[in-house]
Design a binder for this molecule. Structure first.
Ligand code: PBG
Length: 326
């Protein structure tokens, strides 16, 4: 008989030792939705298991997540009122700015605070920038994005994450941050962000659906991958510290290719629609939620992601600690 390697020789311990993909709670980031008001902790209808928090209620839950090893949060805000130029997005007392101050007051450097920098949650028309008629004016929007980033940094954010997809925004934000004395605030660029139907539950959660048209003039066409590499390389040049691909599961090829073409750490955002699909299929008894969550997360790291933004961060940290994955 031929003496060939057999998987059956692997005990469970050896199998774990030989895993090619390693996960750590250190690499997980949890999205958090903040809204104006007091004493609010309401489950988000489109995102079961996720909550809208008022600033006074958010830290209690964050403390639990941190005890579980998840200490990185990306903040999204639902402002009390919206206008044409999204003025609440850069207001000193805006919802995200207040949230950052509260989290930093409670946890200091123990919590890493990232902020999503975009205008769609704050504009009355729901687009990610300043409108000229019915199209988004790229260069005018850059000034606003820079202002938002600086206002987040001034409130204490560790990292800003532009998700608007305007051209030149990483450079504009880097210049503005440096000029304001925030040289140490880093930028995670949503570099390769597709115009995706997977954002549906998020737009309900954040009240950010465009009131007309779509985002196809600034987000990417999902037929393209070389265009994504070009976007990523541009962000590298403009001074990004971390790159991102979004969504994740339908874009594993993009993750692998951007990873091969660049040398910066690479994040993937497993978006609201990916989470909602697992939740809802599990609720109907069609799949095992825990196992599908684990398999999906590992696939994203296996494709090349170094960092994962996911609504499952807390549950994944449990699975990693128990040795089920990673
Ligand atoms: C803001 C933004 C969106 C998401 C993150 N930042 C929505 C969009 O671009 O329409 C989506 C996140 C998710 O679906 O989980 N522009």
């Amino acid at each position: 008989m031929q003496n060939r390697p057999r998987r059956l020789r692997y005990t469970p311990d050896i199998r774990k030792m030989c895993r090619e993909t390693r996960l750590s709670p250190d690499a997980l980031i949890l999205p958090i939705f903040l809204q104006d008001g007091d004493n609010i902790r309401e489950e988000i209808p489109s995102l079961e298991g996720q909550y809208h928090y008022s600033v006074d209620r958010v830290c209690a839950d964050l403390e639990q997540f941190m005890k579980n090893g998840v200490n990185k949060f990306i903040l999204f805000g639902l402002p009390a009122h919206k206008d044409e130029c999204g003025s609440q997005s850069f207001a000193e007392d805006g919802i995200v700015q207040r949230g950052i101050r509260e989290i930093k007051k409670q946890f200091g450097a123990d919590a890493l605070v990232l902020t999503d920098v975009c205008m769609c949650e704050y504009t009355s028309h729901g687009h990610c920038g300043i409108l000229d008629g019915t199209y988004v004016n790229n260069d005018k929007t850059l000034e606003y994005l820079a202002k938002i980033a600086v206002s987040h940094a001034a409130a204490g954010a560790d990292m800003v994450a532009p998700s608007d997809m305007m051209d030149g925004r990483v450079g504009a934000m880097r210049t503005a941050l440096d000029a304001a004395g925030f040289e140490n605030v880093s930028i995670m660029a949503y570099s390769v962000k597709y115009a995706s139907a997977f954002y549906g539950p998020f737009r309900d959660a954040a009240g950010s659906a465009p009131s007309f048209g779509d985002r196809k003039t600034y987000q990417m066409d999902y037929h393209n991958v070389r265009e994504g590499i070009k976007e990523a390389l541009t962000d590298v040049e403009e001074g990004a510290d971390i790159l991102m691909v979004k969504p994740a599961l339908s874009y594993l090829d993009v993750i692998a290719k951007v990873k091969a073409a660049t040398n910066l750490p690479l994040a993937a955002y497993s978006v609201s629609g990916e989470y909602a699909m697992i939740k809802n299929a599990a609720r109907h008894g069609l799949i095992d939620e825990h196992n599908v969550m684990c398999e999906s997360a590992v696939s994203i790291f296996r494709a090349g992601a170094d960092i994962l933004i996911t609504y499952y961060a807390n549950e994944l940290a449990d699975a990693i600690r128990k040795g089920e994955i990673g």
